[in-house]
Design a protein around this ligand. Structure first.
Ligand code: ADP
Length: 624
């Protein structure tokens, strides 16, 4: 099954400054946590520079001949004796490590809490924005891609906000702290030690520019691969039945190879970056060692340098140069995370801003269903330019059943979807008890209409929750009562845990007939004034068929029903039948009248009733 080309990105709105927007919209309410985390990071990284600096100072003073003086410590507190000074230094180093530990916890807590909460909020908001999009959007984009926004993209944001922020604070404050200390000790040596920094910046810029387009290719090929795999797993029955395994294997192999190739390009660039970083960072370290070494050995400034450098200062330089290699090398990680987060935030906000959404129309009046009369008035609609249904006129009277018949592709499902306002009507009106469905709010419209579809969706919950899906506060008695009417009670009782049995993908497996009856029970419990019945033609044994039929009869009693009928009995007993062909009504009447007319319906009927097989496939109903 060749995968649908993922085109999600083209369907999303363009977003400018997505990271800024993330911080503004989601970060602002949590700024306390961010500040807490940044405070921990900032002071933690600064304090981590104290031990190496103290060690250098100790070499010159405690172990050498210079007098000990420390910034921020009054001279009166510094002991005279060598051992006393040594103990003071030990105390200060121990205190630094302890403080660093506490501050590192503060940073971890603050930044993670900040990122996790934002991740949660963004995920919920993105899901909510997504579920309000038009049906068009869902038809154009695979659920795999949408899942990937909700999972990967939202997770990338979290990773950036916690990991990226840590790396960022570390780079900024370690570099800042080291620069201040080194420049205050010996500004000439500081230049030598920090000479690599601008080179690292230029090199990182090169890396980012090179890797950016490659990462975008990688994401593209991951999307294609995922959507192919998803399609194939979803269609595994068809693949097996058509013995297409070999061809599908080749298809997957091709896509996976594409992914491999692009990813390998990305990896090749990345693995050049890290060694390059190390070499540049190492250059600073080696230069410091050479210059400082000559300076100390000869006890005078080498080359064109001037001034003095003690052994302790040299040691501090060596230790601190080491310290800045790592944050700088992490700079690449930060850029990576930033890039990924940028692309993810673009997709997340692109989805939130997608304009193809159902309008917020809670301010429109509620639909008031009194008689339940549904009228289609000169209705014309097309998914794109071409009209799919044209100038439809029909009325379903109060508590009547109207069946739609006609060949596949005639427009039956479209007629039904329009009543639920899945799409906007191009011309004409649909009215429910004289109210144009465009002029009432979606919420009351949809909650007045029940929908029993051919592929009844079960959620991974208990049978009871599945039946009570659309009804708040349904009691167990209500559920059992509905199940009894839907002829589902008996088999439910025989499930391992009865009404508490979990169904859905990981739960008990139910047959098609059982799922249908759960769907019928759900609709009976919901008790809508108007019902859409998209019946299935699944193969069930006669006994099950009779039970389903009884359930349906119970269900359609006393309501207005619009049915896409596949069951002979439902069509036969319908008050009205409309035969659609190519988007127009070609015949209308009740069963007897239509048989007499001897047109399309009569032919369809004869085929379905098994009276003849002499009718072209065109008229045969198929499940879509
Ligand atoms: P039926 O239910 O009678 O089989 P449909 O209402 O599903 O017919 O389809 C009517 C026509 O509209 C078909 O030609 C079909 O290809 C087209 N169609 C259905 N759904 C869509 C869609 N989401 N986007 C574009 N065309 C569609």
């Amino acid at each position: 099954m060749s995968g649908q080309e993922p085109d999600l990105d083209t369907d999303l709105e363009e977003i400018s400054y997505p990271i800024l927007r993330l911080l503004r919209e989601y970060g602002t309410p949590r700024r306390g946590l961010l500040a807490f985390g940044l405070f921990g990071g900032m002071f933690g990284f600064l304090i981590s520079l104290i031990p190496p600096t103290l060690f250098g100072t100790a070499i010159d003073t405690v172990f050498g001949s210079k007098a000990l003086s420390l910034p921020f410590v009054p001279n009166s507190l510094i002991p005279e004796a060598q051992l006393g000074q040594f103990h003071l230094i030990i105390g200060l180093i121990v205190a630094s490590y302890l403080a660093e530990g506490v501050l590192s916890w503060i940073r971890g807590y603050g930044l993670n809490a900040f990122a996790q909460r934002i991740q949660h909020d963004v995920r919920v908001d993105t899901y909510d924005a997504m579920q309000r999009l038009n049906m068009d959007f869902f038809e154009n984009n695979s659920s795999g891609e949408l899942m990937s926004v909700l999972n990967n993209d939202v997770n990338n944001l979290e990773e950036f906000l916690s990991g990226g922020a840590t790396v960022f604070v570390r780079i900024v404050f370690t570099m800042l702290g080291i620069s201040i200390i080194l420049f205050s000790i010996n500004w000439q040596m500081a230049f030598v030690s920090l000479i690599a920094a601008p080179m690292i910046a230029v090199f990182t810029y090169w890396f980012v520019k090179t890797v950016q387009p490659i990462y975008s290719d990688v994401r593209d090929s991951v999307g294609k691969l995922n959507s192919l795999l998803e399609n194939n797993l979803g269609g595994i029955k068809v693949i097996k039945a058509s013995t297409m395994e070999k061809i599908e294997r080749e298809e997957v192999e091709k896509m996976s190879q594409q992914y491999f190739d692009t990813n390998w390009r990305a990896i090749k660039t990345r693995i050049k970056f890290y060694p390059g970083m190390r070499i540049l960072a190492g250059t600073g370290f080696i230069l410091t060692f050479i210059v400082g070494g000559y300076w100390v050995i000869n006890d005078q400034a080498p080359f064109f340098f001037t001034g003095e450098l003690s052994v302790g200062e040299f040691v501090t330089f060596m230790l601190l140069t080491q310290e800045f290699i790592w944050p700088m090398a992490n700079f690449g990680d930060f850029v990576n995370m930033y890039q990924e987060a940028y692309a993810s935030a673009e997709r997340v906000f692109g989805l939130m801003d997608q304009s193809q959404r159902e309008e917020e129309d809670d301010d429109k009046p509620d639909l008031q269903v009194r008689e339940g009369v549904v009228e289609y008035d000169s209705l014309t609609f097309g998914y794109d330019e071409e009209p799919v249904v044209e100038d439809l006129n029909f009325t379903i009277g109060s508590k009547e059943t109207l069946a739609l018949a006609g060949p596949t592709g005639a427009g039956k499902s479209t007629v039904v979807k329009l009543l639920l306002r899945f799409y906007n009507i191009d011309a004409g009106q649909i009215r429910v008890d004289d109210q144009d469905i465009q002029d009432v709010n979606l919420k009351t419209l949809r909650s007045s209409i029940g929908y029993v579809s051919q592929d009844n969706v079960l959620f991974p919950e208990s049978v009871q929750e599945n039946i009570a899906y659309a009804v708040e506060n349904a009691t167990k008695e209500d559920v059992v009562d509905a199940a009894k009417k839907a002829q589902a009670h008996e088999f439910i009782q025989e499930l391992p845990e009865g009404y508490d049995s979990e169904v859905g993908e990981d739960g008990v497996k139910l047959s098609g007939g059982q799922r249908q009856r759960i769907g019928i029970a759900r609709a009976i419990l919901q008790d809508p004034e108007i019902l859409i019945l998209d019946e299935a033609t699944s193969d069930v044994d006669t006994e099950t068929e009779i039970k389903i039929q009884e359930g349906i009869e119970e269900l359609i009693q006393d309501r207005t029903v619009l049915a896409i009928a596949h069951r002979l009995s439902t069509i036969k007993d319908a008050d009205k039948i409309i035969v659609l062909d190519d988007g127009s009504i070609v015949e209308r009447g009740n069963h007897e009248e239509l048989l007499e007319e001897d047109g399309i319906y009569a032919k369809l009927w004869k085929v379905q009733a098994g009276e003849t097989e002499d009718v072209s496939d065109y008229f045969l109903e198929e499940r879509q």
